[in-house]
Design a binder for this molecule. Sequence first.
Ligand code: MCN
Ligand code: CUN
Length: 800
Amino acid sequence: MGNMSELQEREQQLQGMGASLPRKEDARFIRGQGSYVDDVKLPGMLFGALVRSPYAHARIKSIDKTRALASPGVVAVLTADDLKPVNLHWMPTLGGDVQAVLADKKVCFQMQEVAMVLATDRYAAADGAALVEVDYEELPAIVDPKKSMLPDAPVIREDIADKKEVGHGPRTHPNHIFTWEAGDKAAADAAFANAAITVKEEILNPRVHPCPLETCGCVASFSKPTGQLTVYLTSQAPHLVRTVLAMLSGIAESKIRVVSGDIGGGFGNKVPVYPGYVAAIVASIVTGVPVKWIESRIDNISTTGFARDYHGVGELAADANGRIKGLRFTALADHGAFNSHVSATKFPAGLFSICTGSYDIPNAYCRVDAVYTNKAPGGVAYRCSLRVTEAVYLIERMIDVLAQKLGIDKAEIRRRNFVRAEQFPYTTSLGWTMDSGNYEPALDKVLKAVDYDGLRREQAEKRAKGELMGIGISTFTEIVGAGPTKVCDILGIGLFDSCEIRVHPTGGVIARLGTMSQGQGHATTYAQIIATELGLPASDIVVEEGDTDKAPYGAGTWGSRSTPVSGAATAQAARKIREKARKIAAHLLEVGEGDLDWEVDRFRVKGNPEQAKTMKEICMVAHTGNLPAGMEQGLNAVSYYDPPNMTYPFGAYVCVVDIDKYTGETKVRRFYALDDCGTRINPMIIEGQIHGGLTEAFAVAMGQQMPFDENGNHLGNSLMDYFLPTAVETPHWETDHTVTPCPHHPLGAKGVAESPHVGGIPCISNAVIDAFAHLGVTHMDMPHSAYRVWRQCHALGIDR
Ligand code: MCN
Ligand code: CUN
């Protein structure tokens, strides 16, 4: 064996798992060398501009293209009537519904796509769009989901008014999408009937938008001679998009190529298939030249995948010591005018049923009713792992409400209810089997770090002086890594993921994956996994994602699934290669495979360690004729990984706020976040993800909201109105970690990217509300903007 320092040196040279390797992709990004969809410029390309509806609900009586067609540079104007002959005026959605590509007889939300104007440049297209004359007859709009299913509510989706179901069970009203439930209602009801104490609260997750820096868009290029369709598109899930395009166009999937270049932020906004993509594709098929369509900021905020709009009611039942005996959570989900968000077929309400959180709750029941309204479609986006944000917000808020009612400390009540380390794997009363966790030490570590007792003493002193200070805690568990194909599919396609690795003669490696980075650093972290597994330096490992012609099939990057699913596929593919390399090494060293030990970057003969073959040497030999009998050349492998379970990362966060009772101004004084995502591949990238997710949590908790008036007019669809925190507003984040490996993942890793958002929002809310706890306040809805916090102070009469 080599001495330790030599070994360590070799290991360090690999820059494998555990190293805080700076992101490889940043060398391009910080030099302005990224290549985004709007950088794609093809010869003869036309520009498409969408004509959008000014009304939230209206019948289209006529569309007059004459003036637009006469406008300089305008080549064509497409409407639903033009798409009908090719049957492309409607398209399937990832939520099992259909959506109008261009409005067919009526519009169902403000800014809905009505026509596409094609012109020789972007300005001519915009001018042309302004000249399309649409005659609308306005209809009454439904904006409040609570009014959606009233008996006399106007029917939003006349196209499916008679359908008894839209993919997810019986519908009870034309504006009803589905009702989904989990758990044992009778058992939960009994727990409530027998409980010493019960609490109930209405809790809103307002409609917000992830607002990535780069808006959505595409360049569609159809070649008439070959019948080949190439679409450059900002997609988090290029293969799923290709499948949907094949389904809707009838073009063979082998003749469709979807290419996602660099993505300037996705945050779930770039999962769905949008009407603009399909309109641009049809436009390219019709005109025979490439067509580019890029959203403006206002288009993006008003029409593409928003998040949340979840109207929850939480109920907990407990004994006098605060041990929770029962949980009942219901939610009314506003999906807008089309059910377009990504959801696994069996989970139309996403993974909401993870709402028992980190707690051992014996009886639970949850129910989600989803409805149509005259608002843009969506609901699942924004670092959310399919409604986990809403679930975690509800339980983390409700446990505070319970603590308050019982007069038990908010850290103590969590401790009394945690699933204990020895209970894992732990099956929740709503049916999930949580893989691993160690909650109490994580909470204790955080409380110690912030001197929780000292903070509570300080708070008591401040309260005595009439000042407002709040301490928020959240001890959340996420569910990420969708998911096992036995329970998870989208449009019938199982949610496995894939990695193909090719090793070249001199030891360079190229890996291709079905996922798609939007800023998560995949080019770096997948390379680190391969470096460790194959003993080849990360610097020589190239990672490629996003081109469906090159990468093996996979469901893409969302729901923090890249590490849990594709990270595992990467390890498995690399291990297949290492096993082949072992056979070659055994052949070269003339020993049995079992006589070899793997050591960082080479195989050594047991008992005769001077005899060794490095991976680099084996790479070359694999491309010669000197191989074991019958073995083919090459060192390539592909793995399609079907995860046996989801992964359940967790965290313990504490937030301290100071509130000015005269103005409502709220300052996050301190935020301490401890995350546990099992084995950590790149600590620096993890920290970056946590900083980003916490900043987005701060945005949601403190200021983001998409307001509408009663006619469905959007009241805040520009960055003048919509809150995006900059470095100026953003608090300082303190991060920490524990490591509880995932028992079923080949590397022991869990996902992490969404945790800080999911756990951060309730932590900040809990802090703000805790500031008012001694005054009897149990809940305040987000966002906690200064005005709204001041209103609370005013209602309590403490602002004078
Ligand atoms: N990682 C790690 N060790 C772990 C877990 C993760 O080093 N145990 C690293 C991974 O290798 C990867 C990164 O952390 O480089 C995030 O990994 P993971 O948690 O698997 O999440 P995904 O890569 O699947 O990212 C998806 C997630 C989602 S769903 C949203 S929304 C979101 C987020 O990522 N959108 C983002 N973070 C974002 N960050 C940026 N910059 N831009 C977005 O659009
Ligand atoms: Cu829900 S936002 Mo991310 O899963 O793409």
